[in-house]
Ligand binder design. Structure first.
Ligand code: FMN
Length: 265
């Protein structure tokens, strides 16, 4: 067991900067995009698109787990999973959800509601997943009572044979969820421990202008060189490109849609 003096001495020297009301972007999506861009550039975090998804059962029991962000735009943040999983069950029973990104001396918290992606949009993404990840989506349905390492390997082998020389169809039980934000919190660690914490809340007086979800399938990664899990699949989304392209339309003016408030650290 690691000794507690060792843990209590662990302290990061926060030096990366500040987050001020005067310089934060008016759109929290743009601010998110800016910070994600920093992480991609700095390469200090192995998967900047990994996020903790917190859900709650209908009787109020919370659970969290890491999932990978695969798309985002002003409509929300999208990840993919098995619709029979615990997270999907909880999102179906209780649509409220939270996302947490832990980055270099920064944290982004997003709260909102969950909605299923259309089958069509899920299929667009499924089509650009590596084949092994497509098979992995089918393997994820092996029921928990039956799960042994061997049963999973056998299921994978059987599915590879079943779909040999043909495209792997998307399973009915698999697809995307979109978390539609109602609030964002940006936390910037600062020396002296007076950290910056800015919260964006939807302005109830402003009617949102939603845009269509645009799924960029141009970067087709349909190859065999990655493992069959969601965790390690390469990103077919524009995350590897200039993140400025994700929210492509121009300026930061968000027409007062979000109210920004500083919180105590
Ligand atoms: C880095 C990382 C990325 C992951 N990405 C996903 C993902 O995108 N989708 C998914 O269903 N599970 C993903 N997982 C696995 C989940 O964390 C979780 O173990 C699994 O989905 C079962 O969760 P549930 O029983 O709460 O539904 C990931 C795990 C890690 C560590």
């Amino acid at each position: 067991m690691m000794s507690s003096p060792l843990l209590s001495k662990m302290r990061e020297d926060y030096k990366l900067g500040t987050l001020e009301e005067s310089s934060v972007l008016e759109s929290p999506f743009k601010q998110y995009e800016k910070w994600l861009g920093d992480e991609i550039l700095w390469k200090l975090v192995s998967e900047p698109n990994a996020m903790v998804l917190s859900t709650c059962s209908k009787d109020g029991k919370p659970s969290g787990r890491v999932v990978l962000l695969k798309y985002f735009d002003e409509n929300g943040f999208v990840f993919f999973t098995n619709y029979n999983s615990r997270k999907s069950r909880e999102l179906t029973e209780n649509q409220y959800a939270a996302l947490t990104f832990y980055w270099t001396q920064r944290q982004v918290r997003i709260e909102g509601t969950a909605e299923r992606l259309s089958k069509e949009d899920s299929e667009k993404y499924f089509a650009v997943r590596p084949r092994e990840s497509q098979i992995g989506a089918w393997v994820s349905e092996v029921q928990s009572a039956e799960v042994t390492k061997q049963s999973l390997v056998e299921a994978q082998y059987k599915l590879e044979k079943q779909f040999k020389d043909q495209p792997v169809p998307m399973p009915e039980f698999w697809g995307g969820w979109r978390i539609v934000p109602t609030s964002f919190e940006f936390w910037q660690g600062k020396g002296g421990r007076i950290h910056d914490r800015l919260k964006f809340k939807l302005n109830p007086m402003v009617i949102p202008l939603f845009k269509d979800l645009h799924i960029d399938t141009s970067n087709n990664n349909n190859n065999n060189d990655s493992s069959n899990s969601d965790q390690s699949s390469p990103d077919p989304v524009p995350l590897n490109n200039s993140t400025n392209d994700i929210l492509n339309e121009g300026n930061d003016n968000d027409n007062g849609r979000w109210i920004i408030k500083r919180l105590a650290p």
